[in-house]
Design a protein around this ligand. Structure first.
Ligand SMILES: Cc1ncc(C[n+]2csc(CCOP(=O)(O)OP(=O)(O)O)c2C)c(N)n1
Ligand code: SF4
Ligand SMILES: [Mg+2]
Length: 298
């Protein structure tokens, strides 16, 4: 293939559209990104670029067509992924990604619907939607980027902020117990539960690809650096320092009982695939128990 190098001017829509029409860009993954949207808004050292890249590679590994997939996000730095991916994406209101995605997944069971959002969006304002979608086993692939705070709005405490961690709203330390997200997902009914950090990019790609092949509600937590909102008040250094911390302090323990996976400030982080089980999905139960009565199929 002939590669023509053409420097991209930020937000040069025409140049990126041309590259796309030619079906090549400066990087093969450009095809997965909406023309003209790069550079992104994320801070230097933020982990979100890694997570976006692993999602693209998860699609590739699973062999999923972009026109058979959709991404729904809420509001937050993480929620911005929806604006960058070149597929059907929906940037919904804060905390409402799961109900929006539920409707989409129910009317379009042929699509793989991913909910891509932050810890605050999915577990603070959106927490109620999360537990009920998991309980119903709606066919949704959830990727939650956990940076332990509300990054976008200035580093406030979230339900994931570890005990004693400092944030703008907990300047003397947070003394509310934080959610253990894999345990919460499992207890609510998720069929697939994994946790990785942005340091574990390869394992994360495999988990994302694997989750696409599972029927029902899957949950992947990605621990990700937020050097601005969380790293700075907790003296964790740069984004790269947070990656080094993950390398030195993560314990890969597949099949860990999720209740053992609590995270403590500067403590060890247990990562791995924790749960992989089958349970009838909402669509299956509905078809079997309701539609059948009216001689209708899903
Ligand atoms: C209804 C409503 N309440 C509050 C906000 C303000 N708000 C925007 S993003 C956000 C928190 C985002 O945190 P998180 O989901 O963890 O995403 P991050 O920025 O850390 O990736 C809040 C509180 C809003 N946009 N809408
Ligand atoms: S505030 Fe944090 S999460 Fe948001 S872009 Fe900056 S580093 Fe990333
Ligand atoms: Mg967050």
């Amino acid at each position: 293939m002939k590669i023509r190098y053409q420097p991209l001017v930020p937000f040069d829509l025409q140049a990126t559209c041309r590259l796309q029409e030619e079906r090549h860009g400066l990087h093969p993954d450009d095809l997965y990104l909406k023309p003209g949207r790069i550079p992104h808004i994320w801070c230097p050292g933020c982990g979100l670029g890694v997570v976006l890249n692993t999602y693209i590679n998860g699609l590739k590994m699973a062999g999923l067509e972009m026109n058979r997939t959709a991404v729904v996000s809420g509001i937050g730095c993480t929620g911005r992924v929806a604006g960058y991916l070149n597929m059907d994406t929906y940037h919904t209101t804060h905390g409402r990604a799961i109900p929006f995605a539920t409707g989409l997944a129910l009317v379009r069971p042929d699509l793989t619907v991913t909910v891509f959002s932050g810890d605050g969006d999915l577990f603070a304002i959106g927490g109620n939607h999360f537990i009920h979608a998991a309980r119903r086993n709606i066919n949704l692939k959830i990727i939650c980027v956990n940076n332990f705070n509300y990054g976008m709005t200035g580093g406030q405490a979230a339900p994931t902020t570890p005990v004693a961690a400092r944030t703008t709203t907990t300047p003397y330390g947070n003394y509310e117990h934080s959610f253990n997200l894999p345990f919460l997902a499992y207890a609510s009914g998720a069929v697939y539960v994994a946790r990785w950090t942005t340091f574990h990019a390869r394992q994360l790609v495999t988990s994302i690809a694997e989750s696409f092949t599972r029927k029902g509600f899957t949950f992947i937590e990605v621990i990700s650096p937020c050097p601005i909102g969380y790293g700075r008040p907790n003296k964790l250094g740069s984004g790269l320092d947070e990656m080094k911390f993950y390398r030195e302090n993560s314990l890969v323990q597949n099949a860990t009982d999720p209740r053992e996976a609590d995270i403590k400030l500067k403590g060890k982080i247990i990562v791995g695939k924790f749960i992989d089980q089958e349970r009838p999905t909402f669509d299956e139960v509905y078809a079997e128990n309701i539609l059948k009565k009216f001689n209708r199929s899903a």
